[in-house]
Design a protein around this ligand. Structure first.
Ligand SMILES: *Cc1c(COP(=O)(O)O)cnc(C)c1O
Length: 221
């Protein structure tokens, strides 16, 4: 059995069946994606549009692709026709461009709003204040071709598991706040995307519904 297949089946035993696994294939060859695909994995994540487009053309069309990295406005139009979910929406401007391109294509795109939960300065994302303000804006409510399905966040890259737990708890709290404020009657607002190779167990304990795992499946990058 290949390492990828073994890693995937081990992971499946560690994840509750209610938690969705996005296999993060960034920097890895399409042959690796095919190994995972042939063992049943259908959901993959990429962080760069260029790489995603290249891979998508070489791989089966029933793969669900999630964009998990910072998205530039001018690249939105390339992924809108096929993307399953954009997890990394980090500004109102980006959201409105996704909406515009989705409107042109006559579709509705599932998005997650990325929240800045880490200590690190470099990570993209909204603050909770920005989010609670944005969801009240008329301009936001008028976006009919996006569907906000929940939140995404990345914890600090650290061995301090208590800090990681605190950050995931915070994201779960943000989710609750927004759910109660604007999405109580929207059953599709249900996702908390948190947890990577090093911290997915903590994330699941703190209420993650989607984990994004790369190196624990495909090996170190
Ligand atoms: C690379 C990446 C992951 C996966 O990281 P691993 O540590 O390899 O599991 C998850 N989420 C985002 C946003 C990433 O860029």
């Amino acid at each position: 059995m290949s390492d990828i297949v073994r890693n995937l089946s081990l992971l499946k035993t560690q994840l509750p069946s209610s938690v969705k696994l996005v296999a993060v294939s960034k920097t890895k060859p399409v042959s690796d994606v095919m190994v995972a695909y042939n063992s049943g994995q259908r959901c993959f994540g990429e962080n760069r549009v260029q790489e995603l487009l290249k891979k998508k053309d070489l791989l089966p069309s029933d793969i669900e692709w999630h964009l998990i990295g910072h998205l530039q406005s001018n690249k939105v139009k390339y992924i809108v026709p096929f993307i399953t979910m954009i997890q990394s929406v980090d500004s109102f401007k980006l959201l409105s461009i996704v909406n515009m391109e989705a409107f042109r294509a006559d579709i509705v795109i599932d998005c997650l709003l990325q929240v800045h939960i880490a200590m690190e300065e470099t990570k993209y994302g909204f603050s909770i204040n920005e989010l609670t303000e944005m969801v009240d804006l008329k301009e936001f409510i008028e976006l009919k071709n996006i569907r906000v399905c929940g939140l995404m966040g990345m914890a600090t890259y650290t061995t301090d598991t208590e800090l990681i737990r605190k950050e995931f708890k915070y994201l779960a709290g943000c989710f609750k706040t927004l759910k109660n404020k604007k999405y109580v009657e929207m059953p599709y607002f249900k996702e908390i995307s948190m947890g990577m190779s090093g911290d997915f167990k903590i994330a699941v304990e703190e209420g993650s519904t989607i984990v994004r795992i790369g190196s624990k499946i495909f090996g170190e990058r």
